[in-house]
Design a protein around this ligand. Structure first.
Ligand SMILES: CC(C)(COP(=O)(O)OP(=O)(O)OC[C@H]1O[C@@H](n2cnc3c(N)ncnc32)[C@H](O)[C@@H]1OP(=O)(O)O)[C@@H](O)C(=O)NCCC(=O)NCCS
Length: 372
């Protein structure tokens, strides 16, 4: 049985500063040159390993990424810093995550045709929480004058879709009728810009959507089915957390940052996601070629193509069915699939699409939607 629950509207925000592969590589390669010059003797006697240069061609070939947007381009590309300049959380000012969340939320609410007084709850899902408490969602709820309740949740790269799923469940169980889902993904403070296999992957951005019972919006998509799956893996991991300052096994900041075995992820996740979506479509009596858009997680263009070709049973398909904001925005952690949805969802009434995230955890969530 279908509940009449919709994604009634969505909105995105991203920073102004665009960073091309060439700019990123230029900074990284200068850093490498300095490092190798400064450590020449140790490199020659074998006690230190020389760093290797990166290239714009490799990045585009390996990932399809051409550019990304950063909250602080200057700090991130400064070879004496190699990280964005951000402020600590502070009780006297609105947090950066709340600010960008509200920007995306206002666009989603406009599209959904809802005002703050109609919203019953706020759910924030993110892979990088700036603090443990008070919840970001409650900060945003307060700032926007929204009644009801609000909470945060962390599910790595599936934080956005799992949050949409929670909104659906809260509405279906009668707790709320209209829920604002907000997903800030400010990834760059957690990226090691001095590591060749990781420096190019992430950008910063935020998405939001309104999940609502009985929407009257022209942009509404009915949620037809949800499928969630998790399976433990250390292949994408962050060891950063509140234990660090008290830990007796001291680790450097670099050791605590985002880390991944990209090849391992690729090998594990592609077959898992392809079979999960195929089974879900079959269960819902939808033939793969009837799906008008696959709005998939934006971690790698090759992964998107491989998963889509496995589902369709052919690698000969029109690439416009798999929007790829990764090309311009890089990997946006959990908001990649919602960026894809937001930027390319001009379907005809009755046409169906699949929003699917996959990544750290591993966590996968696939949502079948139909244009109202
Ligand atoms: C991260 C990713 C783009 C890397 O692509 P890859 O083809 O696996 O690349 P590798 O890191 O294995 O490196 C391949 C080769 O290029 C080299 N290389 C790595 N980074 C390089 C760089 N920046 N510039 C030039 N060469 C580089 C490596 O040394 C390696 O050389 P070798 O074959 O001689 O050892 C890819 O694995 C990926 O996207 N995986 C999925 C990750 C994912 O889904 N994560 C979810 C997070 S939300």
């Amino acid at each position: 049985m279908h509940n009449n629950i919709f994604i009634a509207g969505s909105g995105i925000w991203y920073p102004e500063a665009r960073v091309s592969n060439e700019e990123l590589v230029n900074s990284y390669n200068q850093y490498v040159e300095n490092f190798n010059n400064n450590n020449r003797e140790s490199i020659e006697d074998g006690s230190v390993e020389a760093m290797e240069f990166s290239s714009a061609e490799f990045i585009e070939k390996a990932s399809n990424i051409k550019s990304r947007y950063f909250i602080d381009k200057e700090g991130s590309l400064d070879i004496n810093r190699m990280k964005p300049r951000v402020n600590n959380e502070h009780p006297d000012r609105l947090s950066m995550h709340a600010k960008v969340g509200i920007k995306a939320a206002k666009k989603a609410m406009k599209q959904a045709n809802v005002s703050p007084s109609q919203i019953d709850a706020v759910i924030v899902g993110t892979s990088h929480a700036p603090r443990n408490y008070p919840a970001l969602a409650i900060e945003i709820q307060n700032e926007m004058g929204i009644k009801g309740y609000a909470y945060d949740m962390l599910v790595g790269c599936s934080s956005t879709t799992f949050a949409i799923n929670n909104a659906y469940s809260d509405i279906a169980s009668g707790l709320a009728e209209t829920i604002l889902v907000i997903n800030p993904e400010i990834n760059t403070p957690h990226v090691n810009f001095t590591q060749r296999d990781k420096h190019f992957i992430f950008g910063d951005g935020c998405a939001a959507c309104v999940v609502q019972k009985n929407s009257n919006s022209n942009n509404a998509y009915k949620i037809i089915d949800r499928k969630l799956h998790t399976q433990f893996s250390n292949n994408i991991r962050s060891n950063f957390g509140y234990l660090n300052r008290a830990a007796i096994d001291v680790k450097t900041n670099e050791e605590l940052l985002f880390h991944q075995n990209g090849r391992g992820v690729f090998k594990d996740v592609c077959p898992l996601v392809a079979s999960l979506i195929s089974n879900q479509l079959e269960k819902n009596n939808i033939l793969p070629h009837e799906v008008a858009k696959f709005w998939l997680h934006q971690a790698n263009g090759k992964m998107i193509r491989l998963i889509t070709s496995k589902i369709l049973g052919t690698d000969d398909f029109d690439e416009s069915i798999t929007p790829m904001p990764i090309i311009n925005f890089g990997n946006l952690a959990s908001v990649g699939s919602l960026f894809a949805f937001n930027l390319d969802n001009d379907l005809e009434p009755g046409q169906k699409g699949v929003i699917c995230s996959f990544g750290a955890g591993y966590s996968v969530c696939s949502i079948i939607v139909e244009k109202l």
